[in-house]
Design a protein around this ligand. Structure first.
Ligand SMILES: *Cc1c(COP(=O)(O)O)cnc(C)c1O
Length: 339
C-alpha cells in the first residue's frame, strides 16, 4: 500500500473529553465541526456520545446530517452559523438547534419554524459572529435553550480581551434564566468563572494546544517508496533546495501537500523513525516528501509524521501555522483507521 495510514485513537479522544469535563464545573459539550476537525465527525461523535456527551456543535447545518445519522434523535446538535435562508428544512428535519446570530435570523426563525428550539449567539468583542450589543435586547432570549458567546484570545491567558469579554458577557446576560456558554478549549482552561452552564471544547479533544495535557489522538505514518544514496553536492526535489553536504541517504515517502502536508513544511519539518528525528529534505511535492535518513542504521517501511513523537502543534510550528490547520487539512487519500 502506497498511501499514508492515519490512525485515530478514539479512546484517547474520549479520555481528553473526560479530562476537560473534570476541569469544567458545568456540562461539557463537544465541537465536531469541519468533519470532527478532519478526523471523521460520525465516528468521533458516536464515541463521544457513548462516553456521555449530550450536546454537539457544528459550524453549518449540512454538517449535522452525518451526526444525526449516527447519534439518533436524543443528542442536541447546535449550529454555530444559525438559521441561514436555505437551512429551514434541514433544521426542521434533523431537529437542529440553530444559534441565531442577528435580529434577521431571529425573525426568520420565528416566522418559518415557530416553536422550534433555538439558541442565541451574542458578540462580546470578537466581532465575528453574534448579535451586537447595540442590537441586543434580553427579551430576545425568551424561549432560548442557550445564550453563547466566543472568546477571541482564550489561548493567551493574560490577554486583556478575556476579562473584557467576560465582563461584557456577564452584563449582556445578567438576569437571564437561560443556560449560558462562553468557553471553548482555551476558555475552559482559563478557569471556572468562564465555564457558566456549558463548555464547548473542540481542539483539546483532538489532542491540540492549548490543552497541553491532552493525549495524542492522531498518528500518521507515511510509507517509504524508495531510498537512494546521494554524493556530496547532489540535490533533492523541486528547486534543488536541499544540497547534500556529504554522502547521504534520502527516503522518498508517500504523502505531500495534496494530503494536507503543506508546502510550508519544506526543509523545516521532520518525520520520525521510532524516536529518531529525520529532517525533511527539500520541498514538499504534491504526493511525496524527501527525508534525510543518513543517520539511520536501518530505514523502516514507514516514517511517522504525527504521533506521540510529534504533535499536530509541533508540526504546525515547523510550518508556521497552528494545529487546527494541520488537522483540518488532513487529506482524503489516507487509509483511515479508528480504534
Ligand atoms: C470552533 C469553536 C469552538 C471550539 O473551539 P476550540 O478552540 O477548538 O476548542 C467553540 N465555539 C465556537 C463558537 C467555535 O467557533
Amino acid at each position: 500500500m502506497a498511501t499514508g495510514t492515519l490512525h485515530t485513537d478514539l479512546n484517547a479522544l474520549v479520555e481528553n473529553w473526560r479530562a476537560l469535563d473534570r476541569l469544567s464545573v458545568s456540562e461539557t459539550a463537544a465541537v465536531v465541526k469541519a468533519n470532527g476537525y478532519g478526523l471523521g465527525a460520525g465516528r468521533v461523535s458516536k464515541a463521544l456520545a457513548k462516553a456521555g456527551v449530550r450536546q454537539f456543535f457544528v459550524a453549518v447545518a449540512e454538517e449535522a446530517r452525518a451526526l444525526r445519522a449516527v447519534l439518533g434523535p436524543a443528542p442536541v446538535i447546535n449550529v454555530f452559523s444559525g438559521h441561514m435562508a436555505e437551512d429551514t428544512s434541514l433544521i426542521n428535519d434533523l431537529a437542529l438547534t440553530p444559534m441565531l446570530n442577528s435580529p434577521e435570523q431571529i425573525a426568520r426563525h420565528r416566522e418559518r419554524l415557530p416553536g422550534h428550539q433555538f439558541g442565541l449567539q451574542i458578540d462580546t468583542g470578537m466581532n465575528r459572529l453574534g448579535i451586537e450589543a447595540y442590537d441586543w435586547a434580553p427579551e430576545m432570549a425568551e424561549g432560548a435553550t442557550l445564550v453563547m458567546s466566543h472568546l477571541a484570545c482564550a489561548d493567551t491567558p493574560d490577554h486583556p480581551a478575556n476579562a473584557a469579554q467576560l465582563e461584557a458577557f456577564l452584563s449582556m446576560t445578567a438576569g437571564l434564566r437561560v443556560p449560558r456558554s462562553l468557553a471553548a478549549t482555551g476558555g475552559t482552561l482559563l478557569g471556572p468563572e468562564y465555564h457558566f452552564d456549558l463548555t464547548r471544547p473542540g481542539i483539546g479533544l483532538y489532542g491540540g494546544a492549548p490543552f497541553t495535557q491532552a493525549q495524542s489522538v492522531v498518528r500518521l505514518d507515511l510509507p517509504v517508496i524508495q531510498t537512494r544514496k546521494l554524493q556530496a553536492g547532489e540535490t533533492v526535489g523541486y528547486g534543488c533546495s536541499f544540497i547534500a553536504e556529504k554522502e547521504s541517504v534520502i527516503a522518498t515517502v508517500s504523502g505531500g501537500y495534496a494530503d494536507g502536508l503543506i508546502r510550508a513544511m519544506s526543509g523545516r519539518g521532520q518525520l520520525f523513525a521510532g524516536d529518531i528525528p529525520c529532517p525533511i529534505a527539500g520541498r514538499v511535492s504534491m504526493d511525496m516528501i524527501g527525508v534525510d535518513v543518513t543517520h539511520l542504521d536501518q530505514v523502516p517501511p514507514a516514517l511517522t509524521i504525527l504521533g506521540p513523537q510529534q504533535s499536530v502543534d509541533d508540526l504546525a510550528d515547523a510550518a508556521g501555522t497552528i494545529g487546527y490547520e494541520i488537522l483540518t487539512s488532513l487529506g482524503a487519500r489516507y487509509a483511515r483507521q479508528m480504534a
